[in-house]
Write a protein that binds this ligand. Structure first.
Ligand code: MG
Ligand code: MG
Length: 260
């Protein structure tokens, strides 16, 4: 596993890409309300990407499971949809929905990737708890990631944090290194496994990781719908997703997709 370390200059370029991602997610959070379709959100993202002179990373991505390349600029996953929800004119947001939006761009040759979960109107206290636990899990990673620490130590604390809340960590999808490409080595799981312990990531200054916990209200099992993209919980219960692009820097980590 070869992990590319990024220079300070490269990290600054990634911060610029990250700032575009953050501004799009902030805008979508504002726009997402009852009656709005996920296709409308996708159009807002595309317009902002064009204005910024950036490239939307998800559009046109291919998957061995899917006949069609991913058609959206954003992934918009509602309620029991975990990730890779396809923006659609027929997906109308309703009060009480939990919407996860994942978005990434390349700008000046470097990538940024981030996701957030948004409450549509008033949501149930159960959904609120799930959303807060998932965000809290990402905050644990931000607090713990620093040079000299093994990723398994961070992942253990993240996993403990959400499991203590009675939730489960999705196993089939994990975070990733990021740089000139959206997905680079290493794989960055949000849980501890034998594989991780056998091939741990020793956090080093200059590593840039997209950390993206996906948390389910019920069991962690997921399945992919017939379109080959949309991943849903097997038990039909809700899921939430938060992601930031983090640079490992002296003494800690720097959130390159921080919202302002
Ligand atoms: Mg993402
Ligand atoms: Mg990602």
């Amino acid at each position: 596993m070869a992990v590319t370390l990024r220079s300070r200059k490269e990290i600054e370029l990634m911060r610029r890409a990250g700032a575009v991602v953050a501004s799009v997610l902030s805008k979508l959070q504002e726009v997402a309300e009852p009656g709005v379709t996920t296709a409308q959100l996708d159009r807002v993202a595309l317009e902002m990407v064009a204005e910024a002179g950036a490239e939307a990373l998800f559009k046109g991505v291919r998957s061995p499971q899917a006949r069609q390349p991913f058609p959206g600029a954003i992934c918009a996953s509602v309620n029991d949809e975990v990730v890779h929800g396809i923006p659609s004119e027929t997906t109308v947001l309703r009060a009480g929905d939990l919407l996860s939006v994942d978005f990434g761009v390349r700008l000046g040759g470097y990538c940024g990737d981030s996701a957030t979960t948004v409450a549509i109107g008033e949501i149930s206290s159960d959904k609120r708890r799930l959303m807060d636990a998932t965000k809290g899990m990402l905050d644990v990673a931000i607090a713990e990631a620093r040079p000299g620490v093994r990723w398994s130590q961070v992942a253990r604390k993240m996993q403990q944090y959400v499991e203590d809340g009675g939730f489960s960590v999705v196993r089939d999808f994990v975070g990733h290194g990021i740089g000139t490409k959206m997905h680079e080595d290493p794989k960055v799981p949000n849980f501890v496994s034998r594989e991780l312990l056998a091939d741990d990531i020793f956090l080093t200054e200059g590593m840039v990781l997209a950390v993206e916990p996906m948390v389910n209200a019920g069991s962690y099992h997921v399945r992919t719908l017939a379109n080959g993209w949309t991943v849903v919980t097997k038990d039909g219960k809700c899921s939430a997703h938060f992601e930031h692009t983090l640079a490992i820097v002296k003494g800690g980590c720097d959130v390159l997709t921080a919202r302002v």
